[in-house]
Design a protein around this ligand. Structure first.
Ligand code: G6P
Length: 608
């Protein structure tokens, strides 16, 4: 989704800004723009498409300045055109603003400004805010920003420049993340830490309705009423190396292959097999309430929602606590029933997904204990929860979530095991479960050896326009996740279904050579899944099975078998999803798709 970078310091600004935009590319965008102040003049350049197109357009033209800002836009109001791209200009070409978020009352504000004689260049809500700031500007930029923001409904992360204040950036946020990197005589403002960490690990996280006024030497922060707010400088944990490709062709492949290591990091210091204990520091303070809770609601979007479905099974099966799953986008508007001792857990890789954040706030308002399972340290969801658990799987750049998904499953398993041990599970059973969990990274390493076979299978079906993914029990969410991976990056239509539901309609789709991925590890429902495979085969479908090593009989039924190592049923999703990630990855590469930045998708969806 949209990205912001702004720089004010001692160095050449333009290369820092374009480099920063590239670090934010993974969020998804369709146009880009830049504005700098040079010799008291504001210079603006924008273009549709990739950042490289913008770079070509500007060449060396914008060099010779140490202040500027840049933006990648993901169209919401108005088409992805140059005119609608940010920065937007106001105050006779002197003021520029970049914006993430949505100004909900932009129509009313636009009408008001038009009545005052303001002329608009674009269709965007953003320009309305830029013009509103311009309208209030009378020589004091920070006052004008605060004054305008007091009239705004909706969400924003903004940075503002004015040609008459070449030594100032004003930044503010509500709802959309904004971070200020604090360097030596320089500052970088960005919507995401990945555009900051090559310059400095020191950051401040702006909170809602805070305004930061940044100069080369320092910054001060206020609320919208101009009252000072003091901010602590914090340190970002992720390194630049973690953000780079490390020899892989795409971030998605790097992240798939990182999973053994990322899960070791996720479990480090948390799983104590010998003592049969799970230690999750982030939940320590609320542990007694959690153990006594009557109901757990898991909520999230996309891949995180699939992790919730696995979590529901784990929490009910292991901890024996009633658990429900709800899409965050539905939960927030559904008037949910929250009784005493309800715990709501929001799951989000980015910690910034607008719907998940809104669901979390709704849960808190209704008195639930609100927890988070989040990857991005310091993100909004992480900061707004009562308590939570970080994934610690490192930054995920590829739009298609892979290592965050297995991280989420691992954290959910740890939570379920921890609750189970404190409620009814004995020492021995706990120890067995945890020692099996600790072996998962090694097993995933073996599952990753399926890479070549997955590529060969993907190559055979690369022309097929429809795929089905079927699984039962715990493998049903895995089927959903496999289908989502395929469709989001290769644009092949794919559906995930509970295998038994196939006969109630989707079976009509099966025809000669249609690829049907059957997730059929050794499990309680194995025999039933085998019957489902036969139903597909007898209609000419091509079965690709994901099965447990040593299951020779499945070869009689499926044309292709991707074998994963054996493990207890509760942990199988961590393994069965691996070949599905690989299948999707290779299908997308073979179809020539932009794997890490698929069309129309954003890594972090900060609008509704
Ligand atoms: C977007 C991404 C998905 C992701 C979902 C939730 O739609 O494209 O891959 O699963 O958002 O993101 P979150 O950061 O909250 O996990």
């Amino acid at each position: 989704m949209c990205g912001i970078v702004a720089y004010l310091g001692q160095r050449e600004a333009t290369p820092i800004l374009t480099e920063g935009l590239k670090r934010l590319e993974y969020r998804g965008y369709d146009s880009a723009g830049i504005a700098v102040i040079r010799d008291g003049e504001l210079i603006l350049r924008r273009s549709v498409g990739r950042i490289s197109a913008l770079e070509e357009k500007i060449g060396q033209e914008l060099n010779g300045t140490t202040v500027g800002m840049a933006h990648t836009r993901w169209a919401t109001h108005g088409a992805p055109t140059e005119i609608n791209a940010h920065p937007h200009i106001a105050a006779n070409g002197k003021l520029a603003m970049v914006h993430n978020g949505i100004i909900e009352n932009y129509r009313v504000l636009r009408t008001f400004l038009e009545q005052q004689g303001v002329e608009f260049a674009s269709e965007t809500d953003t320009e309305v805010l830029a013009q509103l700031i311009g309208h209030f500007y009378d020589g004091n930029l920070e006052d004008a920003v605060r004054r305008a923001l007091r009239d705004v409904r909706g969400t924003f992360g903004i940075a503002v420049l004015h040609a008459d204040h070449a030594d100032t950036i004003v930044a503010a946020r509500r709802g959309s993340p904004l971070i200020v990197g604090v360097g030596q005589d320089e500052h970088v403002v960005a919507s995401d830490a990945s555009a900051i960490i090559q310059h400095t690990p020191q950051v401040i996280y702006l909170e809602d309705n805070e305004v930061a006024v940044i100069t080369r030497e320092g910054f001060h922060t206020t609320n919208l009423e101009a009252a000072p707010v003091s901010k602590a400088v914090e340190e970002v944990e992720w390194t630049l190396e973690q953000l780079e490709l490390g020899g892989h062709q795409h971030f998605m492949s790097k992240e798939i292959f990182e999973q053994p290591e990322s899960l070791r990091n996720c479990m480090r210091g948390r799983v104590d097999e010998q003592d049969s204990r799970v230690v999750l520091g982030g939940l320590n303070n609320i542990m007694r309430e959690m153990v006594r809770c009557k109901r757990i609601i898991l909520t999230g979007c996309g891949t995180a929602w699939h992790a919730c479905l696995v979590g529901e099974y784990l929490i009910e099966e292991l901890a024996r606590i009633p658990c429900e799953v709800e899409y965050a986008s539905e939960f927030r508007y559904r008037n949910p029933l929250i009784f005493d001792r309800t715990v709501v857990i929001a799951i989000s890789q980015s910690g910034e997904t607008a719907d998940t954040l809104a669901a979390l706030r709704e849960a808190k308002d209704r008195g639930a204990m609100a927890l988070g399972i989040v990857n991005a340290v310091g993100s909004t969801i992480a900061r707004e929860t009562d308590a939570g658990v970080y994934l610690h799987v490192g930054p995920e750049i590829g739009v298609a979530s892979t290592k965050a998904f297995t991280g989420q499953l691992t954290v959910l398993t740890m939570i379920a095991a921890m609750l189970a041990r404190r409620r009814h599970m004995g020492h021995g059973a706990g120890r067995r479960l945890l020692s099996e969990l600790a072996k998962m990274p090694e097993r995933i390493e073996r599952a990753l050896e399926l890479n070549t076979q997955a590529r060969q299978i993907a190559a055979r079906f690369v022309e097929a326009e429809n795929w089905l993914y079927l699984g039962r029990g715990l493998q049903y969410p895995v089927a959903l996740e496999g289908a989502l991976k395929l469709k989001e990056i290769s644009y092949i239509h794919a559906e995930g279904l509970p295998a038994a539901e196939m006969k109630h309609g989707p079976i009509a789709l099966i025809s000669e050579n249609m690829p049907v991925v059957m997730i059929a590890p050794r499990c309680e429902l194995y025999e039933k899944v085998v019957s489902n495979i036969e139903e597909v085969r007898s209609r000419g479908g091509h079965v690709i099975a994901v099965a447990t090593e040593g299951d020779e009989s499945i070869k009689q039924l499926a044309e292709d078998v991707l074998y994963v190592p054996d493990c207890p049923e509760e942990l199988q999703p961590l393994l069965t999803v691996i070949p599905l990630q690989l299948l999707a990855y290779h299908a997308a590469v073979l179809r020539g798709c932009d794997v890490d930045k698929p069309r129309n998708l954003a890594k972090s969806v900060t609008v509704e």
